[in-house]
Design a protein around this ligand. Structure first.
Ligand code: TYD
Ligand code: MG
Length: 454
């Protein structure tokens, strides 16, 4: 029998140590090391010296299987995956518990099954009856999905190797899976990694598309799906504020498509509803005519999205004023505030500043600088901005308003939603695509904008 080797494995990143320590040096997390038995990660029979077998090398231009992509039947999901599930690929869907991962994937498997494909849903967390109950609630109980409540990877692989190759397999969740090849307890990094490896091998061998569900927790008890991220072909993150009905599916990594693409869903009593026009949704509850709000014409992935930025600037009662931001990068807010102070004579050091992106969207584009600045100044001077205007443009440290990509798409979306005016960088004028019927109000410097508002 192999000698048992114990080591301490970080449950966040998977780094292994001989001794316990408080902080993982690899990822910097505290209290994430757990003792694991790493004996036999590779079976003894394989570890013995053997002569390698020869395999055939193939040419790059060889024939591939038919229809490498498979539509999920949900347009928003297809958008994020880059056009559907790729055969033989493995996708990780991460997100907080309760955000709606099981709901989304129950819907996706049902759609696939209804379209006549063999779709399998393996739940390691819920009993078959629970999954059925959810499907019933979603009105999908009649879909011919093959369902099981299992946690052993070997059993799953053997079962699915029989009969026609499944086109889609959902494993909910990877943290509940375990394999005989390693000795660690289920849920530990070693188990999660080995289980994922076995499932990836199965996907590559058979051409089935596999979706792994992963819970993202800060808790050291369950292994974060971080360790699986580099092994899989695509990573999608399912996000949303608990209190909001909107859910955003974002591609974080995608070997077969663009990243930063988002799919928007709404959680209803009947499951997740696709939101095909997110701008309408994000602007549906606008507080027209109140100071401190500006509409930003942004781009998420390949799609223009209009969203309201809300700012509140109020005199502070504290020694150090508060700066709080939801849905945007705090360091970009600090930069915009510094530029307003330094170049535009807007004194904010005695004020608390709050900035919120409506609807629970998280913006990553620097193009939101101009809209944020407009909202901040509008709140400070208590003067509402024109309600029919959209804003976009990046602000440089000198206060210059710099051009951003995809101006025509932003203008077209604004026009579609009934806006009449765009405040945008100077050089964006005269770009191909025209003005989309909007009045263009170009600003070369942030000072110009501040003077107009105040
Ligand atoms: P679930 O898919 O179980 O989340 P996860 O798998 O990410 O942990 O969804 C959990 C939440 O979704 C739960 O709080 C109830 C809510 N929900 C609805 O609002 N409507 C529905 O139709 C369903 C099935 C769930
Ligand atoms: Mg679940």
């Amino acid at each position: 029998m192999a000698k048992s080797t114990l080591s301490f494995v970080c449950q966040n990143c998977g780094a292994a140590y001989n001794r316990w320590q408080g902080k993982c040096e690899a990822c910097g997390e505290w209290n994430t090391l757990a003792e694991e038995d790493t004996t036999g990660s590779v079976p003894v029979s394989i570890r013995s010296k053997r002569k390698g077998r020869t395999f055939a090398l193939e040419s790059l231009s060889g024939k591939t299987q038919d229809a490498p992509r498979l539509s999920s039947g949900m347009a928003e999901l297809d958008r994020v995956t880059g056009g559907g599930f790729v055969r033989g690929s493995v996708l990780l869907v991460g997100g907080d518990p309760g955000i709606g991962k099981s709901t989304l994937l129950t819907q996706a498997t049902s759609m696939m099954a209804r379209a006549g494909h063999r779709a399998v849903y393996i739940s390691g967390e819920e009993a078959v009856a629970q999954v059925r109950l959810r499907a019933e609630r979603l009105g999908l109980a009649d879909a011919p999905v093959q369902l099981a409540s299992e946690t052993s990877v070997e059993d799953i692989v053997s079962t699915l190797s029989e009969g026609a190759v499944p086109r889609l397999i959902v494993i909910d969740s990877i943290q509940t899976m375990w394999t005989d090849t390693v000795e660690s307890a289920p849920g530990t990094v070693t188990q999660v990694r080995a289980s994922a490896q076995a499932l990836i091998r199965f996907a590559k061998k058979t051409g089935a598309a596999i979706i792994l569900v992963g819970h993202v927790t800060k808790d050291g008890q369950i292994a974060g799906p971080r360790v699986v991220e580099h092994m899989v072909d695509a990573v999608l993150s399912f996000e949303g504020e608990g209190s909001q009905q909107f859910r955003i599916l974002r591609s974080v990594k995608n070997r077969f498509g663009a990243t930063d693409e988002i799919g928007v869903f709404e959680m209803t009593g009947l499951g997740l509803r696709e939101v095909t026009n997110p701008s309408e949704l994000f602007l549906s509850e606008r507080d027209l005519g109140s100071p401190g709000t500006a509409v930003f014409a942004g781009i998420e992935g390949t799609r223009p999205v209009l969203v309201e930025l809300q700012a509140l600037v109020a005199p502070t009662s504290l020694g150090t004023p508060r700066r709080a931001v939801v849905g945007w990068d705090p360091s970009r807010l600090s930069m915009v505030l510094a530029v307003l102070e330094a170049h535009c004579g807007v004194k904010l050091s005695g004020h608390d500043v709050y900035l919120n992106v409506a609807g629970g969207l998280r913006i990553q584009e620097p193009a939101a600088d101009l809209a944020a600045a407009a909202a901040l100044v509008s709140s400070l001077v208590n003067a509402p901005l024109p309600t029919d205007a959209v804003y976009f443009g990046e602000i440089s440290l000198s206060g210059a308003v710099r051009p951003v990509a995809q101006t025509p798409a932003r203008l077209k979306e604004a026009n579609k939603l009934g806006f009449g005016r765009a405040i945008l960088p100077e050089s964006a004028r005269g770009e191909p695509g025209g003005d989309a019927g909007l009045v263009l109000n170009s600003v070369g410097n942030l000072t110009t904008l501040v003077a107009e508002i105040a």
